[in-house]
Write a protein that binds this ligand. Structure first.
Ligand code: ZN
Ligand code: ZN
Length: 335
């Protein structure tokens, strides 16, 4: 009886959610969190693909202001820089520094300190892997240091306007003019800098609709951007055109470009290699297959989450910020 009644309340709230304002939705989400003890996790009133965190931009800026950068040498001329936000790669050489992604604006002084220790050359070029805040918020400051910015067409298109990340119910302001890419491309771009060939390759409908990976051909280093969350379930930004099948195809493109000795930098998590990326691909395919079966059999997204199709994988992969149920719901939505 009680269960039935709860179900009715939830159903009516889910219907109501279709026309409530965002503020109402956030209030509802807060209510759930406060009163949700003992409720089945799948029976959320709102979309199970949502983990509300509307203040995520400010949280990242606060965290980045105090976080020092950790530098790891990948080759004589290519370095991995890790702080708050997405992983950064820097290539040094006589043509000037090439940077991949700019992290969070409040962390830029720390990033510039770390870059100054690598060599004496100036910043020349910044490449964005995709539009997300944790990879582009430092763009304007890096541009003012002298870097020309290159990215996919959709990275610029999205940074030009305010964006919403549905998963967090978070709003992001448009980037300042100085933070917008000066050159964009659609499918592939090739750059020759510092005696290396850089292939910038678009992977459609993957983590977002703006993802590229960057392959330093001679250096044998790949920055995979957020196609790869190393060792954890990835965020698929379905509101920005992301899909699970596009993620898998994108990972396949990276695997094709890599060999056994390639150093592959994920958007988040530790430095990896081809073997680790293959294991991640297997996980993606396993989850996609299981969720697709549930969806084809007529299960709702709530029922698919309740079926816990990742239960045997969670011990290994549920270490990131994404809850297994959220990942399942995002996969379901994007199939
Ligand atoms: Zn990211
Ligand atoms: Zn991202």
């Amino acid at each position: 009886m009680k269960t039935r009644r709860e179900f009715l309340i939830r159903s009516s709230m889910a219907t109501a959610a279709a026309w409530l304002t965002r503020g109402d939705l956030l209030a509802l989400a807060g209510q759930n969190a406060a009163t949700g003890v003992g409720q089945a996790p799948a029976a959320a009133n709102t979309d199970p693909a949502v983990q509300p965190n509307p203040d995520i931009a400010q949280q990242l800026r606060t965290a980045a202001a105090n976080e020092k950068i950790k530098t790891t040498k990948l080759t004589d001329t290519i370095f991995l820089l890790q702080g708050v936000g997405g992983n950064v790669v820097c290539q040094i050489g006589p043509d000037g520094k090439v940077l991949i992604d700019s992290q969070i604006s409040t962390g830029t002084p720390h990033l510039l300190d770390a870059l100054a220790k690598l060599d004496e050359h100036k910043l020349k070029l910044l490449i964005n892997t995709h539009w997300h805040f944790d990879h582009t918020d430092g763009n304007a400051a890096i541009h003012l240091e002298g870097a020309f910015i290159v990215a996919h067409d959709n990275t610029r298109a999205r940074l030009e306007k305010p964006q919403v990340m549905q998963m967090y119910q978070a709003h992001f302001n448009a980037a300042p003019d100085a933070g917008l890419p000066q050159q964009t491309f659609g499918e592939i771009e090739t750059l020759w800098v510092n005696n290396d060939q850089l292939n910038l390759v678009h992977t459609p409908e993957a983590h977002t609709d703006s993802d590229i990976f960057i392959h330093f051909v001679r250096g044998n280093v790949i920055h995979a951007g957020d196609l790869w969350f190393n060792g954890m379930y990835p965020l698929i930004d379905t509101g920005s055109g992301g899909t699970i099948n596009g993620m898998i195809r994108g990972v396949d493109q990276v695997l094709q470009a890599a060999d056994e000795r390639s150093k592959i930098v994920p958007g988040h998590g530790p430095l990896g290699d081809k073997g680790a990326l293959q294991r991640y691909r297997e996980m993606l395919v396993t989850v996609a297959d299981r969720v697709e079966k549930l969806k084809v059999s007529g299960k709702s997204v709530q029922d698919a989450v309740a079926a816990a199709p990742t239960a045997d994988l969670d011990a290994v992969w549920a270490k990131g910020t994404l809850k297994p149920g959220t990942f399942v719901a995002l996969v379901y939505e994007s199939l």
